[in-house]
Design a protein around this ligand. Structure first.
Ligand SMILES: NC(=O)c1ccc[n+]([C@@H]2O[C@H](COP(=O)([O-])OP(=O)(O)OC[C@H]3O[C@@H](n4cnc5c(N)ncnc54)[C@H](O)[C@@H]3O)[C@@H](O)[C@H]2O)c1
Length: 469
């Protein structure tokens, strides 16, 4: 009997025979051995996730993570939690979750914090946002109530429709930076975090175009912050600068130009930290970046693409202000240009008309409806039309992107990757790229997916490739 038990508990490995009880230890050993080869630091300790803005997107993200942690919800839509990537080729190929390829932070390691213009805690804010039903919020009420936003670095000129009072009183932009740095240090110490990631999930600011006398170098940017140049230094730039100065990757989830300037690229290089942006790729632009390749791949022509939306949440209210909408418009319009390129196919894509509209319509709240009318033409120029009506939920689509961007930025930092993280373009509407050198962004959803997969393969010590899965 004892002998039978003895054999049942044995498992054969290629090189040796070990006890089942040893397998866990052995797997761990190999994982750490592989990590040594990968040169990715382990995800030890707590990961502090600081959300700028505690509105619909942030509270849906936070509530979801807390619910998943309790086993009460599923993280649907999250690549880091569900996707499997092929590594190796031919007979050696296998499909692995991201966490089996590289060391990823666990959801249980995350500690949330935030800043907001309004003082409501995450529970009150989640209820006010009306994205999730109370039954999906109440089980984590205690944890949500403890997330009380720190005072925001805010300038009313950048979002005129907001007038909350939970705002720092800073004499200059440089003071904003100093106070934010202090917030990050305090949060990290109080919560015993080993690493921090800062995620912008706050309102879209008014458009700040690239100014080559202020945004070109870090020296000029710092000088402008110290001189309190409010026209060229958006509050979001203070958050980004403070995050990087405190050793935290920064992600821009709105279309703000914040880290999309050479001065911030320099700051990211100097601090050896990743930056990612801009604008979560959720509803209409996700459809666009996935659908435009159908037209391009089949060499059909495009005469026009008209996109319009109705939404009624606070984001919609802010975007109802023309100066704020302009920031979004620039971001949304950029998607098609690099997928259906007139210079490459003058017969098919010259002078197509591309328009994007967002309409504030309160009855729909967060349940956005996006219509696309696409005028295409085929054989001998004959016209056809495609209509897409996407009845989506804005924050439900954005929440998994927040999780993936946070976890992958943390991974990138531990892997020693710094500067613009192009492999994260997959999650972003208007991917950052070095426009000073004429670099063209990749907007094609499936090319972006290849970039994402290859980055993970490389970080995991596997060979990058473009083999079709
Ligand atoms: N939901 C989506 O599908 C989606 C997609 C792409 C981008 N976005 C962007 O994500 C952002 C958040 O969207 P939302 O629906 O949660 O909006 P929201 O209005 O519900 O929340 C934004 C919060 O940010 C706060 N805020 C504004 N300026 C701030 C500052 N300087 N510091 C701290 N807090 C500040 C506001 O008070 C508000 O509570 C918006 O910029 C939106 O454009 C959303």
């Amino acid at each position: 009997m004892a002998k039978l038990f003895f054999y049942e508990k044995r498992v054969i490995f290629a090189d040796t025979t070990v006890w089942q009880g040893q397998i866990k230890k052995r797997k761990k050993y190999f994982f750490y051995k592989k990590m040594e080869k990968m040169n990715v630091k382990p995800a030890d300790g707590k990961l502090g996730v600081l959300c700028v803005g505690l509105g619909a997107v942030a509270t849906t993200f936070i509530t979801g993570v807390l619910m998943v942690r309790k086993g009460l919800a599923k993280p649907v839509g999250s690549m880091t939690q569900y996707d499997k990537i092929r590594v190796g080729r031919g007979a050696d190929k296998k499909y692995l979750h991201y966490g089996e390829i590289v060391p990823m932070a666990q959801l249980s390691d995350i500690v949330f914090g935030s800043w907001d213009v309004y003082p409501a805690n995450a529970y009150e804010s989640a209820i006010n946002a009306e994205v999730l039903k109370e039954k999906d919020i109440n089980p984590v009420k205690d944890e949500l109530e403890k997330i009380v936003p720190m005072k925001a670095a805010f300038d009313h000129e950048y979002a005129k429709r907001l007038d909350g009072e939970n705002v720092k009183k800073c004499a200059t932009r440089w003071d904003m930076v100093e106070e934010l740095r202090e917030d990050i240090r305090r949060f990290k110490a109080e919560n015993n975090c080993s690493r921090i990631v800062v995620l912008w999930a706050a309102s879209t600011e008014i458009y700040v175009p690239y100014d080559e006398t202020v945004h070109d170098t870090l020296e000029h940017l710092e000088k402008a912050m110290k001189a309190d140049d409010r026209k060229h230094i958006a509050p979001s730039m203070c958050y980004a600068y403070a995050a990087l100065a405190e050793g935290a990757p920064f992600i821009m989830g709105a279309p703000n130009t914040t880290v999309d300037i050479p001065a911030m690229w320099e700051m990211a290089e100097k601090t050896k930290l990743p930056i990612a942006g801009k604008d979560f790729k959720t509803g209409q632009t996700l459809v666009k970046s996935g659908f435009a390749p159908i037209i391009g791949t089949r060499c059909l022509g495009l005469a026009g693409w008209f996109s319009t939306n109705i939404l009624g949440n606070r984001d919609g209210l802010v975007l109802d202000e023309p100066a704020n909408f302009h920031t979004k418009e620039v971001s949304k319009l950029s998607t098609l240009e690099s997928i259906l390129v007139p210079e490459n196919q003058p017969d098919l894509y010259t002078d197509y008309y591309h328009k994007v509209r967002i309409n504030y319509y309160p009855p729909r709240n967060d349940n956005k409806e996006g219509w696309d009318n696409i005028d295409i033409f085929g054989w001998m120029g004959y016209p056809m039309q495609i209509k897409i009506d996407f009845l989506c939920r804005d924050s439900i689509l954005a929440a998994p992107l927040c999780l993936d961007l946070v976890l992958l930025s943390d991974l990138a930092a531990r892997a020693g990757r710094y500067g613009i993280q192009r492999f994260l373009s997959f999650f972003l509407k208007s991917p950052m790229h070095d426009y000073t050198k004429g670099e063209v962004p990749v907007n094609h959803l499936f090319q972006q997916y290849v970039m994402l997969k290859n980055a993970l393969r490389e970080m995991g010590g596997y060979e990058a490739d473009e083999e079709i899965d």
